[in-house]
Design a protein around this ligand. Structure first.
Ligand code: SAM
Length: 471
């Protein structure tokens, strides 16, 4: 039975509720009055239920689909403005005891295994800092012997401790397998940003087939992980589906039901939603799964997510190429990775990129500076800001700021100051020139005069060598 506040995965992600949602969506998808009613509600920018959003996703009337795209763009502008936050993944170890059929790390694979030492993690962190990164997402296979929680905690300490030239990693998000409340508390105490865990698929039957062995086989333990993370004190959690494995409409409804569950139980929805698509990898052919989706449909999914959860950040990685990313930025994506390496030890030149340990093929292979230049050229403000979490604005405190549309007075100025740091320390001359012009233009859009003058003062300080200003 469906119960949004239940602690049991099969009740808050009830398959009956998802199936009845999909049936309803199919039934009314061409009913103009129903769609227009949902669009009117969406225009209030307070979000939609999984049922309402599923109807929009099913709708194939082109005029109304265009309206969905327009709305997604407007809502993104209202809450997030034109800021795009940048990060990079850091793969610590590909040892894994799970059997995920879509992932080359699975225990039956003959992939070369590698685990970074703390010294190697230091070298990787320096290489990432030298590109200009300030925010990382740590990635790791699940293996209690090779990658115990102590290894992750030591690695976090190592990353945060590296101060190279003007560089520093100021926020580390963590994407590791579902674990216990006690371990989540340890991660929280180690100062992580967001705890990210992709559901992969919300379809329990498909889930069990795709995860035939190892701890990840347990659908309930995996699906209830975010509840445990919240109980462990982590109030910024990141959801995601690996699109392409199972039926996209089922995943979409499940994802929104998961967000509704967190909101109902903890008063705060997910901090981010990631939209990865399954990619080719060693021994993995995406065509062998049931759920391949076109770029057009993928964009529609992103737009409907943006409308359904207006305050949640949306993340797209380098699994997608420039063209798809450009489209997704317009429709709601607020964070992207740049210059990612998905191999273990892929950033430090001395370790040389070892393709044998690569998790999947990336489609966007541009350097971070090329990505920054592209964002500037397409009208976005690249941001290396990490202020909210360092100022304790996590969970519902961040959501309040976002709901009150205070991002323009806070995150936007922080974006400009961190972009200035990037331009001073890491940018190629052309990027620097374009970025300086962008900052000058964007300062004028800060609504409050007092904030504008603080930013101007700090920009001068950064020019003179000081670093790390934030509001
Ligand atoms: N071990 C952790 C777990 O089980 O959740 C972290 C997982 S892994 C390092 C990060 C994510 O990569 C997975 O959650 C999965 O969605 C994604 N992934 C695995 N294989 C992939 C593939 N072939 N293409 C795209 N993404 C993939």
């Amino acid at each position: 039975m469906y119960d949004v506040t239940s602690k049991k995965a099969e009740e808050f992600i009830s398959s009956e509720e998802i199936r009845s949602t999909l049936e309803y969506a199919e039934r009314v998808k061409n009913d103009g009055a129903v769609i227009d009613g949902i669009l009117a509600k969406a225009r209030e920018a307070k979000g939609l239920s999984h049922r309402e959003a599923s109807v929009l996703l099913a709708c194939d009337d082109q005029d109304r689909v265009n309206e969905i795209y327009r709305l997604a763009f407007d809502i993104k502008q209202q809450f997030y403005g034109n800021r795009i936050v940048l990060f990079a993944p850091l793969y610590l170890s590909n040892y894994c005891i799970n059997g995920c059929l879509y992932c080359p790390y699975h225990s039956g694979s003959d992939m070369a295994r590698k685990k970074l030492s703390q010294e190697e993690i230091r070298a990787e962190t320096i290489a990432l800092q030298d590109m200009g990164h300030k925010r990382l997402a740590v990635e790791c296979g699940e293996d209690p012997v090779h990658n115990p929680i102590e290894y992750i905690l030591d690695s976090l300490d190592t990353i945060y401790a590296v101060k190279h030239k003007n560089g520093s990693i100021r926020r580390v998000n963590v994407n590791i397998a579902a674990t216990t409340v006690e371990n989540y508390r340890k991660l929280h105490d180690a100062g992580i940003g967001t705890y990210i865990l992709f559901q992969e698929t919300y379809d329990k039957t498909g889930y069990e087939y795709l995860h035939p062995k190892g701890p990840k086989h347990n659908f309930a333990y995996h699906t209830e992980a975010m509840d445990r993370a919240m109980l462990g004190g982590i109030d910024d959690v990141g959801l995601g589906v690996l699109f392409g494995l199972e039926n996209y409409a089922y995943e979409f409804a499940g994802l929104l039901m998961h967000a509704e569950h967190l909101e109902a139980c903890f008063g705060v929805g997910p901090h981010t939603i990631s939209v990865p698509r399954v990619k080719p990898a060693q021994g993995v052919d995406p065509a062998s799964f049931h759920g391949g989706i076109s770029d057009e449909l993928f964009a529609k999914i992103a737009a409907c997510i943006r409308i359904a959860v207006p305050y949640t950040g949306m993340i797209i990685s380098t699994r997608e190429g420039k063209q798809v990313r450009e489209k997704m930025l317009r429709l709601g994506v607020s964070q992207i990775s740049g210059a990612s390496r998905t191999s273990v030890g892929g950033y430090d030149e001395k370790q040389s990129e070892d393709e044998d340990t690569r998790q999947f093929v990336v489609s966007d292979t541009r350097s971070l500076d090329e990505v920054i230049q592209w964002l500037i050229d397409t009208g976005y403000v690249p941001s290396f800001c990490t202020a909210c979490y360092r100022e304790g604005r996590t969970g519902d405190r961040f959501m309040e700021l976002c709901k009150k549309k205070q991002i323009l007075n806070c995150c936007h100025p922080n974006a400009l100051m961190t972009l200035k740091e990037y331009l001073m320390d890491y940018a190629a001359p052309a990027t620097r020139e374009a970025g300086e012009k962008l900052i000058e233009r964007e300062i004028e859009t800060i609504p409050r005069e007092k904030i504008r003058s603080i930013v101007r003062k700090n920009l001068v300080n950064i020019q003179e060598g000081q670093r790390d200003f934030r509001l």
